[in-house]
Design a protein around this ligand. Structure first.
Ligand code: NAD
Ligand code: UFG
Length: 336
């Protein structure tokens, strides 16, 4: 299929572009590069061995999106473009509603004008809010606790209403847990240019020498060792999840919601120990106070994705730590 990937220069979008291209799809990427680097497009080209169409543009520009969808004969859209920092969303909620909600509306309008009805959306475990029970399954109540989570849930609602208004619409909503790892080549991965918010990018900044130590936010939670527990999924497993979701939509109308995680929980200390062991390095850390808005523990029930999509994860945390380190070494060597 001819697939438009919005946000395809970003972390998850770039890895998914590779998986889709390798599966025979023709990829067009739109990204405004607000949180990514143009060089990623060259790396994708190198890995897949053929050129990808790239347009530097903003999904909020409906006329541009309409034109791109038409010119590239797009048949389906995977929508990654969005902002993802929970802290930033609390400080600047309008930015998140503009980018994530208005951006999605603009894109769907452009799709409607072109009669394109296949859509895969990057949602988040953040839509669940505090756990009523664990693991989260897709029926768990949705009650986000920050503007970022609200923005994702609002788009989910819009997509459901779109599918009610048109019964030929095919939508997959993918609720990601915590993506980590990198492509096995080391050429792409997650190495933010800005100050890192998430655990793994923070670790990469510490091991590359940009930051002196990791702050562990809280060691007094009711978890195995007192530190926060999450469900870390290798980004290439996530990429495969998109391919599986897209294939499933071939024969299925309506809206389909899936958790993409591993079903396993790992504490911050367990992740650090694994990273140190696998890569034979030391990660200096200090315990600091809890981060506001953090949940102690959550992880996914992924049985629905397995049942409907036949998808399950292949990589473990060891592989995620190895692949992350390979990418960091590549970046550090480039900047030397
Ligand atoms: P990322 O920041 O690396 O990638 C997002 C890309 O979208 C960036 O390249 C950015 O430049 C682009 N972009 C942002 N706004 C745009 C706009 N208006 N028009 C065009 N391009 C725009 O983030 P990621 O980790 O790859 O996340 C991808 C998607 O997955 C996001 O929607 C995010 O909310 C969602 N998600 C991420 C996580 C995570 O922990 N990484 C977890 C759950 C959900
Ligand atoms: N943590 C630290 N130190 C850090 C960064 C994080 O101790 O420097 C801890 C956190 O307290 C938490 C765990 O590491 O216990 C994971 O934190 P992240 O910031 O990496 O991830 P979150 O689970 O808070 O949030 C992430 C994404 C959201 C997404 C959510 C669910 O940032 O966009 O996962 O998918 F919505």
């Amino acid at each position: 299929m001819n697939i438009l990937i919005t946000g395809g220069a970003g972390y998850i979008g770039s890895h998914t572009s590779i998986t889709l291209a390798k599966a025979g799809h023709k990829i067009t990427i739109v990204d405004n590069l607000c949180n990514s680097n143009i060089e990623v497009i060259g790396q994708i080209t190198k890995i897949i061995g053929s050129k990808v169409n790239f347009i530097n543009g903003d999904v909020r520009n409906t006329s541009l999106m309409t034109k791109i969808l038409k010119e590239h004969r797009i048949e389906g859209v995977i929508h990654f473009a969005g902002l993802k920092s929970i802290t930033e969303s609390v400080a600047n909620p309008l930015l998140y509603y503009s980018n994530n909600v208005l951006g999605s509306i603009s894109l769907i309008e452009a799709m409607q004008l072109n009669q394109i009805k296949t859509f895969v959306f990057s949602s988040s475990a953040a839509v669940y809010g505090g756990p009523a029970y664990l693991p989260y399954d897709e029926k768990h109540p949705t009650n986000p606790i920050n503007p970022y989570g609200n923005s994702k849930l609002q788009v989910e609602t819009i997509l459901k209403d779109w599918a009610i208004s048109d019964h030929t619409v095919k939508v997959s909503i993918l609720r990601y847990f915590n993506p980590v790892g990198a492509h096995e080549s080391g050429l792409i991965g997650e190495y933010p240019t800005q100050f890192p918010n998430n655990l793994m990018p923070y670790i990469t900044k510490v091991i590359s020498g940009s930051l002196t130590h990791l702050n562990i936010y809280g060691n007094d939670y009711e978890t195995r060792d007192g530190t926060g527990e999450r469900d870390y999924i290798h980004v290439m497993d996530l990429a495969e999840g998109h391919l599986a979701a897209l294939s499933h939509l071939k024969n299925n109308f309506g809206v389909h919601i899936y958790n993409l995680g591993t079903g396993q929980s790992t504490t911050v200390l367990e992740l650090i120990k694994e990273f140190e062991k696998v890569n034979r390095i030391e990660i200096p850390y200090k315990f600091s106070s809890r981060r506001e808005g953090d949940l102690p523990s959550y992880y996914s029930d992924t049985s629905k994705a397995f049942k409907d999509l036949g998808w399950k994860t292949k990589y473990d945390l060891e592989q995620s730590c190895q692949d992350t380190y390979r990418h960091v070494k590549y970046i550090v060597q480039l900047s030397d």
